[in-house]
Design a protein around this ligand. Sequence first.
Ligand code: GSH
Length: 236
Amino acid sequence: MAIKIYELCAADEAVLFSPHCWKTRMSLAHKGIDHESSATPFSKVAGIENGAGRRVPVIRDGGTVVEESFAIAKYLDETYPDAPHLVGGVAGASLTSLIINWSQTQVHPAVVKLCLMDIYNTLAPADQEHFRTTREKMFGKSLEEFQAQFDMQDYSGLKAALLPLELTLKGQNFIGGETPLFADYVVFGPLQWLRVVKGIDAIPLEGKVAEWFNTLLDMYGGMARSTPLAQPAAAA
Ligand SMILES: N[C@@H](CCC(=O)N[C@@H](CS)C(=O)NCC(=O)O)C(=O)O
């Protein structure tokens, strides 16, 4: 039976943009597990599977519901040990925590500066209201004031945030070494987020990071490459 994945969608339900949900989409593809997508707008996320205060991704595998992308990766490794592993046991999980914390504190903020208003513009009106309320509380200013502080075309902050990855990829193909691991998808997620909400097939990455990102976009039958992007008109 296919695993059901609840993932965040834009006003156009085909546009799936959440960085954390992409970590899980890639994890399921990595494992070769069939999935059925349940596109969920921001305003419906909290109540998924009769929850309260949930966040996506959430999966349902038969009778089991799991929330949070890293917890899902560990669950998939435990439940499907014969499929290629994602995390690499206890030591792998410890190292993955470092990658998650680096990505969350360095890569995600650099991405948000480039596309906060793009995200807002892709959402349906009810979800725009939810996004505005929650994010304005988080930033302590309006979305427009936040975005006005940053040049949405200046990728230098993102490039600086990705320097540890650029240096790492000079000596290996993936964070996981010869083949990708969940740790690769942790950093792939925010870059795919940027690509989808900006509606740009080729975001201006450089060097080894660009090669690595393109390789991941094309893996698993090009699943990530071919996902619908936000329309430039809506994302302008
Ligand atoms: N650490 C979590 C983060 C999950 C998360 O923050 N999800 C966001 C979407 S990208 C969410 O559900 N937000 C709901 C909201 O803002 O109301 C993971 O990796 O799964």
